[in-house]
Design a protein. Sequence first.
Lengths: 387, 314, 308
Amino acid sequence: MANITIETLTKRFDDVVAVDDVNVDIEDGEFIVLVGPSGCGKTTTLRMIAGLETPSEGQIQFDGDLMNYRTPQNRDVAMVFQDYALYPHMTVRGNMKFGLEEEPDFTDEERKQRVEEVAELLDISELLDRRPEELSGGQQQRVALGRAIVRDPEVFLMDEPLSNLDAKLRAQMRTELQQLQEQLDVTTVYVTHDQTEAMTMSDRMVVMNDGVLQQVGEPLELYHEPTNMFVAQFIGEPSMNFLDGSYEDEAFVSEQLAYPFDDRITDGLSAVSDNDRLVLGIRPEDIELHDPDGEPQGETSHENHTAAMSVTVVEPMGNENVIHLTFPDSSSGTEDLIAIADGMRRIDADSDIHVHIPPEAVHVFDAETGDALYNRRLEHEGNVIQI
Amino acid sequence: MATHEATGESVADSVGWRTKFRYVLNGDFVRSLPFWGIPFVIMGIAVYGGIGYNIAISLTDTAGIGPVDWSSLDLEMYSQALAEPAVHRAAMNTFVLLVAFTAICLVLGLFLAVLLDRQFRFKQQTQMIYLLPMSLSFVVTAKLWVWMYDAEVGVINVVLGLFGISPINFLGNPSFSLAAIIFALIWQFSGYTMIVYLAGLQSIPESQFEAAQIDGASTIRIYLRVIIPQLKAASVSAAVVLMVFALKTFTFLYALTGGYTPPKGTDILATLMMREAFNNVQWAYGAAIATMLLIMALGVISPYLYYQHRQGSL
Amino acid sequence: MARESLADIDVAGIVRGMNARRLGIYIVVTLFIAFFLAPLEAGILTAIKTDASIANTMPFLPPGADGVTAENIGTAFSQLQGGIINSLVMAVPATLITIVFASMAAYGLTMIDWRGQVGILILFLIGVFVPYQAVIIPIDKFWYQVFPLAQMLEPVARLKLVEPGHLQLVPLTITHIAYGIPIVTVLFRGYYQSMPTSYIEAAKIDGKSLTSIYKDIVLPLSKPMFGVVFIYQFTQIYNEFLFSLTIIKYANATAATMTLVLSGIGASISGVDYGLRMAAAFLAALPTLVLYIAFSEQFAKGLQTGGA
C-alpha cells in the first residue's frame, strides 16, 4: 500500500501533448478514478504510473520514492487491462501464479495456496484448470482481477476493466469491485470514460480533457460544484443544460429569456460587468414543469423565473420521462432545454408547458473561458436534491 | 376422403420431386460450380492425374526411349529401390537435410523476428534485406554460393584465412558438402521463417507483453514463457513448408554442378529420382522413388491438415 | 526513508545502460545485414572485376581503377537475353491466367457455403504441398508422348508468327498454370475469409446473383490481394527450374528460360569463369529483384499466407 504523488507530469508523443502538467496526490488506500472522454490522456497517465510509458517531464512517486526510471517489473504494481491480457496458453491457475513466480519469498506451496485463496475470494475456484478461451467475458474479467489481487501489490491499476462486459454484469461488477477494494484497502487508480462508473465507485475522481486535469474531488463535489463547463457537462446524465446570453442589469438575458439573478448570485458575479457573455447552466432534474392552466407558480413571468416553452420529444424511461423543450419563437427548431419529469406524469409531445428554473439550482459560467463564476451551494440543497 | 388423400399424395410427390430438383439446381453447390469447377478439373488432372500416372509407371519396368510398357505390373521397382545402398545413402542425407535445415531455420527465424519486433530506425529496410534472398531463384543462389565456397578465392575461405585457417574445399569434400548446402539454404530461407514469426508476433496483443512486465517478468522470461508459446501455429505451418521443401529440393543441387549429379555426399532422394529418370532413363525406377517421396511428403502434411481442421482453420 | 528525487538518481547511468542495450541490438542487426548481403555484395563486385582483379583482390572488396570491366556483363547479357525474354513471355500470361482461375475457385470455395467444401479444399491444399518429383515423369510423358502440343502447333508456326522452337513455351505455360492454381487459390481463400460476410449477405438480400456479387463486390474489394498474388506467383514462375528442365530440356534450346540458360553458364569444371557467372546471376535475378525492392511488402504478405 502506498500513496502516490504525481507532480507536473507531462507526456509528449512527438508533437502531440497527451498529458499536460498534471498534479495529483493520491492517498494510501484511496480509490481514485481517472475519467474523461477518449483521448483525454487518462490511459497515458495510468500507463506512466505503471511504468509502461516514460514521462517526458514531471515526477511520479510512491511513498516518496521516485518511480520515473523504474521498470514496471520493479514498481510492485498490478494492472487489470481492458482486454484482460490473460495468457491464452496457460490455465487460470497458471495465469494467476505467473506473477507470484517472480517473488522469491514464496515457496511453491505458498504460491499455490495463495492462488487458491484468491480464487475462493473471487468465486472462481472451479475455473482454475480451464484456459481463458473456455471462459465467458465475465469470468475472464474475474480471472484478470484475481491475477492482480494475488500479487498483493502496492498499487492496483485498472484500465477500463468493465468496458467489455454487458450492462447488467457491469453494474454488478461495479459494486463488487468497490467492496473488494475496501476489503483489500489497496491504493487503486482506475481509468474509465464512463462517468457513472466514476461517480459510483470512486473516493475521489480526476476529470481530464485534452491532456489537462480539469478538477479533482469527491463525486458529489464535482457534480454540484464543477469548476468549469467541461466538468459540468461531462458529469451527470442527461448533461447539464447550457443557455448562451449576456449579463444585463443583474440579470441573464438571451434572445428568448430574461432571467433576473438574486443577491446570492450577483454577489458571486462581482467581477462581471454589463454585456459580458455568460452561460447559464441548469441540470435537467432541477427544472420544474408546470401545467399552463394550473397553480399560480405556473404563471410565466421573469420574476418567478418561469417561461413558456413547447415540448418537442418525450422519451419515456419508465421511472422518469426525458422531456425535450424549445422556446416558442426559437428559430433553430432544435431543442433548447432538456428536463426530467416523473415517470408517472403524463406529458405529450407538441404540448405547451411552463418551465420553472429555480434560482437556487442554477450555475453561471464565463462564456469565454468556460470557468464557473457561480455554483449552487451544497448547504442549500438538503430539500431540493434527491440522490 | 380416401381418393382425396391419394391425389393429394401424388401431387405432393410430383411437387416434391420438382421442388427437390429445383432445390438442387438452385443449391449453392451447383451455383458455385461454375466458379471452382474448371480450376478444380485442371488442377485435378495435373496433380492427381499426374500422381496416378506416376504410380502406374512405377509398377511397370519402363526404361529407355519409347512409350510406357504396360506388359508387366508389379512392385519390383520398389523392392529394388529399397535394397539399393545409393537409395539408403540418399534417404539418410534427405533426413539430415530435413531435420537440420528445418530446425535451424526455425530457431534463426524466430531469433530474427524477436530482434525486429521492436521499434528502431530502418526497421522496414532491415526486414527487406533479411528477406531478400527469398526473392532469388535457386539457380542464382547456387551460383552465388559455389563462388562463396570456392577453395581459393571464395569469400568464406578468404575470411577463414584471416583467422589462419587453411582453405577448405567445402563443396568438394564429402564431410563438409552437406553442411555447406544446408548453410546456404538457411541463408535463403531464414528470412521466410522470420516473416512468418513476425506475423505471429504482430497478432499477439501488446497488452500480453505489458501484463507480463507488470507481473515482474524479465524480457527474456516474457519471451520464453508468454510470447513464444503463443507462436505454436506459426511454428507448425513454417515447419511444414520447410520440411516439404527439404524433401523436394532439387534445383539448388542441380545448379551447383550444372548437372544431375550433385556434389559428393549431398545426393538426396529428390536428386537421385531425377537422375535415375531423366539421366539414366530408368523411368519406372525413378517413378517408384518419386512415389516414396510423395508418401513422405504426405506423412508431413496429413498431420498438419488434420491439426488445421481440428483448429477449425481450414 | 530518504526521499529520493531526480537529483539523487544516477540518470546518466540509466541512460547509459539503455544505450548499451540499444547499441547491442544495432550491432546484431547489422551483423545479420552483412550476413544476408555478403554473397550479393561480393557477387556484384566480382561481376565487374577483370580476371586478374578477381585473382588479386579480396572478393568482398572493390577492384582498383584498372580492375573494372563491363565485359562480363556484356557477355552475360548476350547469352541470357533470349532466356530472360522467354521467361517473361511465359511467366506473365501464366501468372495472369492462374490468378483468374484461382480467384474464381477461391470465391466458390469460400463465399458460397455448401457441404463437402472441406473435402475439395483439402484436395487443393495437398496440391500445394505435393513434391513435383511425384508428377514430373508424367509431365514429360504427357507433353512428349500423350499430347505433344508443341508438335501439334507447328502448322501455326508456318504462318511465320513465331519460330517453331518457341512453341515449347506453350506446354510450359500450361503446366505452370495447372500447378499454380492450388497455391494461388489458397492465397485468395485466406483473403476472402477475412472479408466481412455482411457484404455478401447484403448483396444477396439486394437480390444480386452470385456472378454479380463476384464481379461487383468481391473483385473490387480484392484489388490489393491481386497485387500480392501477382508479385508472389510471378516470382515463383520466373524463378522456377524443374518444369523448364523437363519440358524444354536443353539450355541452348530456342525456348530455354532464364533459369535453364543460367544453370549452364560457366558450368564447365575446367575453367571456372566467376566474373561471367556472377554477371549472369545478377542479370537473371534483376527482374525479380527490382520487383522485390519495389513491392517487398506484398512479397512478404504472399509468403506469410502462402508459404515458400
